[in-house]
Design a protein around this ligand. Structure first.
Ligand SMILES: [Zn+2]
Length: 86
């Protein structure tokens, strides 16, 4: 679930909101109650989270898409780290 950075244009209150993509966009500031709460385009938290997960999993060798195949002793083609280790 992506995290959206919101900021109020009226009072400057900023908040990261965890939302489903299908959730409605928030517009009311929880701090001042004015309808000036806006979603920021620079959702740094979301971008870091996404790429971080992907790279960490891949380098760590835990991203094998077929753990069953690895357990049977055959190299998982989708997992270069596992192939090199064996
Ligand atoms: Zn506000």
């Amino acid at each position: 679930m992506p995290i959206y950075a919101y900021k109020c244009a009226s009072c400057g209150h900023a908040k990261d909101v965890l939302q489903k993509i299908s959730d409605p966009v928030l517009s009311e500031c929880p701090a001042c109650g004015k309808p000036s709460f806006e979603k920021q385009l620079t959702a740094a938290g979301f971008q870091l989270k996404g790429s971080g997960w992907y790279e960490t999993d891949f380098k760590g060798g835990n991203a094998c898409a077929a753990p069953a195949a690895a357990a049977e002793g055959s190299a998982c083609a989708a997992c270069p780290a596992a192939t090199a280790a064996s």
